[in-house]
Ligand binder design. Sequence first.
Ligand code: NOJ
Length: 532
Amino acid sequence: MAAADGETWWRRGVFYQIYPRSFQDTDGDGIGDLRGIVERLDHLVWLGVDAVWLSPIYASPMEDGGYDITDHTAVDPVFGTLEDADALLAEAHRRGLRIVLDFVPHHTSHRHPWCIESRSDRGAKRRDWYVWRDPAADGGPPTNWRSISDERPGSAWHLDERTGQYQLATFSPAQPDFNWANPAVREAMADVLRFWLDRGVDGFRIDMATFLGSDEQFRDEETPAGGPPVDYVRDARYHFNRPEAKDHLRELRAVVDGYPDRVLIAEMLYDSPIDVLVEFARDAGIDLAANFGLITQPFTAEAIAAYVEAYDEATEAGDVWPNWCLANHDMPRPTRLGWPTARTAMLLLLTLRGTPFIYYGDELGMPNVDVPPDRRDDRWSVSLAGVTRDAFRTPMRWDAGPNAGFCPPDSRPWLPVGDDHERVNVAVQRDDPGSMLHLTRRLLVLRRRTPALTVGTSTRMRGLPTGCLGFTRTARGQRMLVLCNLARRDATVELTGVGPPRIVETTGAAALTAAGAVVELGAGSAIVLQLP
Ligand code: NOJ
């Protein structure tokens, strides 16, 4: 578990999330694969990240982008083979990169052989691996529990005509819930962890961690039917958000602790309050309980500064390590903030106290692509921002050539690469020191060689002009000051009581006066200063 010295790799390091369908296609089917990731590992080394989180690579009918699994210990043929997974682990480790897999223990695909068996008969051996209930007295669903998939609102229960019972599927009907009250399910999932740990993976991101287990008395929720899904997700007491989830996760922690130096990351609710993030990490044996504050808070200096301060204090007091992200496969890319704010968001991500997660392509400032309806793939959900998730799952852009170098010129990528790929791609930006790519890389280098930025304490700077936020990071006598102007107009910050600072990085449009006591911050820009 967490080492007290602050030097554990997942505290010091930076994660990079890869959506495998979209990183690099090597076999010409227009879908990314594991060999493609191996081919591109040197990009990650050059960029300077420490660990990769791979969204699911397992056997799946892909009705939910691989989060609908039919075999947790097989690689889907579209991504390659188990040998390819082993090769990826070996090649990543050879380069000093860690690999963290997505672990999806809450549900399976409805096509999983266990689910098919469970559904086959009331007396089936694995019937109770999933959650089945008799209809209510009126023949309707057994409880008022709701589906949380935006495109399938309504009951989370689905009647199976043949066996006359309802089956629980909290997300989509194609992804029925496992019955976590059943020890056989828990053991099967522990075996999945062992399978991958034995192959050398460095940890797991646990999908829907707070959803494991439902009320065994099947009590109705009190939240009004028909209210917004986010309220239901936050307020549910019986359907999910159960205390049992922490017990189940601690059991998994014990399995993982049989292997040295592994990390467990938990997916949390998008609007989990800070105290829940801290408690959950502590009580469930989770190293990093995913914090979406930079996505869910309004991107204003006031909101972000207050959130950062509250999260800092709570994690410090609770002795859990913070973490941050700007996007993921469910939430739009930071380019939603416009320029130059998206650059400032990256600077913030990489200078805040806590482990950063970079979503693939955000190092380039890839846009949220407007995917035409006839090219859309994501069936089940729209993100919180109300756009299809396809918009931020489009292929990585490697060069200005056909298909952005993601797949061979004569193949059709599974999602369009987007119009501006000639400009926004790795090759072009590598030649441009002013690019988002170089900014991200410089920030990663800076972070790596600056203890104040990796493990240092954080103190909010007050009294800044409206629209600006600032904080100092301190460790081993080294002090860094980060200032961000999130407003639409330029700002001037006077530094008092500090000696002459030195500029170590800016997003552009930020400068010090000759005397070094006044910082000019252009609208949307940021600066990192070293204080004497
Ligand atoms: C959470 C994953 O992040 C999301 O992509 C998926 O759709 C749901 N779990 C359901 O599997």
